[in-house]
Ligand binder design. Sequence first.
Ligand code: SF4
Length: 469
Amino acid sequence: MSKRYLVQTFGCQMNEHDSERIAGLLESDGYSQTDDQSQADVIVVNTCCIRENADNKLYGALGNMKQLKADNPDLQIMVGGCLAQKDRDLIQQRAGHVDVVFGTHNVHRATELLSDARTNGPITEIWEAADPDDAFPSALPARRELDYAAWLTIQVGCDNSCAFCIVPAVRGEEISRTPNDIVAEAERLAADGVTEITLLGQNVNSYGRDLALAARRAGNQAVRIRPAFAQLLRSVSAVRGIRRVRYTSPHPKDMTAEVFDAMAETPEVMPHLHFPLQSGSDRILTAMHRGYTADRFLTKLAAARATIPDLAVTTDIIVGFPGETDDDFERTLEVAAAAEFDSAFTFVYSPRPGTEAAELVDDFCDPAVVKDRYARLRTVTERSALAKHSERIGRLEEVIVEGPSKKDPSRLTGRTGQNKLVHFDRPDGPLRPGTYARVEVTEGHTQYLMGDFLEVTTKATHRTRIPVL
Ligand code: SF4
């Protein structure tokens, strides 16, 4: 029987995609996946320090693994990701049963480190920066979570300095992957039967600025220093077999009319824009170093809606950033109401060690006040979500089938072009995940839609994976 691995991911899409690469490397090395920790020969914990209580979650999980290691001394435990990049030696000091600690820039070394640790004992290997020649391990195998949809990394790192965010410290400077490399990966994915691609980066719409700068430095003065994201959307959409292109996350400051034009003119790019507001107060936006004002945000949003037909807009908003006053919060409520978001990820501010905002201890807001603000904001964002979703009742939507509904297993769940979940009645025969189907929307709720199945529009084309036992 082959050796088994388990990857536990605590993080954002970037972490999830790194986990797919780690799983792919382990499978190439002869391991097969298990969901049962007690059966695993290798457990990888891929950490994220963007999420709240990341330390507690990591050390809680590692504490639970101590007995597993005592029962099975051959078990190898690896910790990777953002928190590993930040905490480094501290991880093995606090959890001596961890065999390998690796960072965000040397994911491709996972299996070599595992093998070294087997021979030489515990290892911590953190690279300070990505090797530009090796920043995009496109040749690495990946075990995708979904057979019909895939993440495609276009850029790593971030050149911004949002005061609440640890990403620039743990992921480094922006490095864009070349367009040829990205399109080649899209073609490989399409050949595998993938029909939906999500372009992934910390600040996707500044994609390519570093490539233009490098070309200038190399003597090509004709190159304009500007993002090339709009062109990239068009190039990936032109790959035969790719029916849906999405992207995350863009930054409002860097959003251009060219990107909206590309979305409007390219049917494969889905009509969904995630546009993180963070705050509606100009004072707080300045303190956050976001680089736009509330008016500028709303102006760009209006341009997006005027250009892209039937556009859904989602956002992120932080409540209780250090120093946020009642007036600041009222502005956030006003802007959120004016923006009429389809959905909002609302967060109570919590300090991430190592960030500028975490130092502003004297300005931290009263938790009771923040709780009240949070509830008021949710009322506003849920009101607009319900209104947007109710408007869709009676519409025919094409969805990509994801599988049985988690709400009601007698139904199926699909995702619309606008990235909304629809739970719909099952047709008589089976519907493979990855199938495109037409449904009629019958109900709108704050988080999802309900619908009736009408017909299959396109059958799934990917190969079904047969588990290795
Ligand atoms: S743009 Fe701001 S929030 Fe996004 S990754 Fe960069 S620093 Fe973090």
